[in-house]
Design a protein around this ligand. Structure first.
Ligand code: ATP
Ligand SMILES: Nc1nc2c(ncn2[C@@H]2O[C@H](COP(=O)(O)O)[C@@H](O)[C@H]2O)c(=O)[nH]1
Length: 204
């Protein structure tokens, strides 16, 4: 059978590496991917909009979503819950459209268990010093939170080998081009499988 479902792409990596920046730049150029907006219990940052950046939930609401099985994965990250809505992802993939997740590492590894056919991309910083500068300069975290996020980052970078691709986010444009190439290459693989299937039917 040809798999006519969309492809699930997962962009992951430590906090501050630039996942959001790369994703936004990618979506400014690409219209074929569908971005899955996550749920979180963290407070909105200045300028963040409910339903665009995240669906902001209370802890009670989030725990209800977990118990109802409405998330394909969730993780508690530096004191807050984050999770991926099941209905949007499954419906969109079933319609044959590609879905793009931007999530942290524990969650990505859980997605791997349920969607082994997903394409897992790990974004790494050019160095840990640069990672720290990016988190600090973003100006969204207190000193304590920066420390927690950097501590988590070291453990997350150790999980890099569990991914299909690693992209260094040195320059944003370079990183975006690489992610676009990965998307194109995964489509070529899919087309090869479809072509082999068609040929096998014709040869019967
Ligand atoms: N290639 C780059 N070069 C320099 N600065 C960058 C680059 N990519 C992102 N940044 C900057 O680094 C900071 C963190 O980026 P961003 O918020 O996209 O990271 P993130 O991985 O999505 O973080 P989080 O996981 O905490 O949401 C931002 O201020 C962004 O402008
Ligand atoms: N496991 C999940 N992680 C997610 C999800 N959505 C976002 N994230 C990641 O959480 C951290 C912190 O995000 P921030 O917005 O507070 O800086 C970051 O790595 C995000 O990519 C999700 O649905 N599941």
């Amino acid at each position: 059978m040809i798999d006519e479902k969309g492809i699930l792409f997962i962009l992951s990596g430590p906090s501050g590496v630039g996942k959001g920046t790369v994703r936004k730049a990618l979506f400014d150029q690409s219209t074929d991917l569908r971005y899955s907006i996550s749920m979180t219990t963290r407070n909105p940052r200045e300028g963040e909009v409910d339903g665009t950046d995240y669906f902001f939930k209370s802890r009670e609401e989030f725990e209800k979503l977990i118990s109802e099985g409405q998330l394909i994965e969730h993780a508690e990250y530096v004191g807050n819950y984050y999770g991926t809505p099941r209905q949007y992802v499954e419906k969109t993939l079933n319609e044959g459209k590609d879905v793009f997740l931007e999530i942290e590492v524990q969650g990505a590894l859980k997605v791997r268990e349920n969607f082994p056919q997903g394409v897992f991309i790990f974004l790494i910083p050019p160095s840990l010093e640069e990672l720290k500068d990016r988190i600090v300069n973003r100006g969204t975290e207190t000193e304590d939170k920066v420390k927690n996020r950097l501590h988590a980052a070291k453990e997350e970078i150790d999980m890099m080998d569990a991914y299909d691709y690693v992209v260094v986010n040195d320059e944003i444009d370079n990183a975006v081009t690489k992610v676009q190439s990965i998307v194109a290459s995964e489509h070529c693989k899919r087309e090869r499988v479809a072509h082999q299937y068609k040929k096998a039917l014709e040869d019967e």
